[in-house]
Write a protein that binds this ligand. Structure first.
Ligand SMILES: Nc1ncnc2c1ncn2[C@@H]1O[C@H](COP(=O)(O)OP(=O)(O)O)[C@@H](O)[C@H]1O
Ligand SMILES: [Mg+2]
Length: 165
């Protein structure tokens, strides 16, 4: 597993199950206010990873919000909420703002966002950015970049939890 530098990490996942397991490791570390961006083409594994993250965080089940599909809420036994945003169908930043995306970042439980490029202008600078890339049918390249001290610490903890390094 190449450690690129203090702020980034790159590895391969060899199966959807491994991607989910890695997500669980990350989800266990998330705190309110954390932002995790999940970038990559269709089928690269963003949702698979998000499912693992939600499970690791302690999600009981997915509750579809009134904004149907765009923002899903996962709840935990202690009533904490994790938001899972899929910006794919958003027409742009204006629509994202109308849906209250900015408030989610400010107010919220952890936020996972797929297709973050579509709402780039609304994203806080400090975040964890995970880029997924299709390698072959069962393999994906995962690239993690941390911006800001909280996310650098989060990435280090994740590295230790997932790879023991
Ligand atoms: N290593 C892997 N990691 C994640 N998904 C994988 C992997 N190998 C194969 N897949 C498959 O690729 C697809 C990824 O779909 P999904 O997670 O919905 O992607 P996205 O949300 O990026 O469009 C799933 O059908 C999954 O089973
Ligand atoms: Mg998806």
């Amino acid at each position: 597993m190449p450690i690129l530098d203090e702020r980034s990490l790159e590895f391969h996942s060899h199966s959807p199950e491994q991607t989910r397991r890695l997500g669980v490791r990350l989800g266990e570390l998330l705190k309110p206010g954390d932002l995790v961006c999940l970038a990559g083409d269709l089928g690269s594994g963003k949702t698979t990873l998000a499912q693992g993250i939600a499970r690791g965080w302690g999600a009981l089940d997915a509750v579809t919000s009134p904004t149907f599909i765009v923002i899903n809420q996962y709840r935990r036994a202690d009533h904490a909420v994790l938001y899972h945003v899929d910006a794919f169908r958003l027409s742009g930043e204006a629509e994202a703002e109308a849906l209250g995306l900015r408030e989610l970042f400010e107010e919220g439980g952890p936020v996972l966002i797929e297709w973050p490029e579509r709402v780039q202008g609304l994203l806080p600078e400090r975040r964890l950015w995970i880029g997924l890339r299709w390698v072959d049918e069962s393999r994906r390249r995962v690239h993690i970049r941390a911006t800001g001290p909280r996310y650098e610490a989060l990435m280090r903890r994740f590295r230790r939890a997932a790879f023991g390094g």
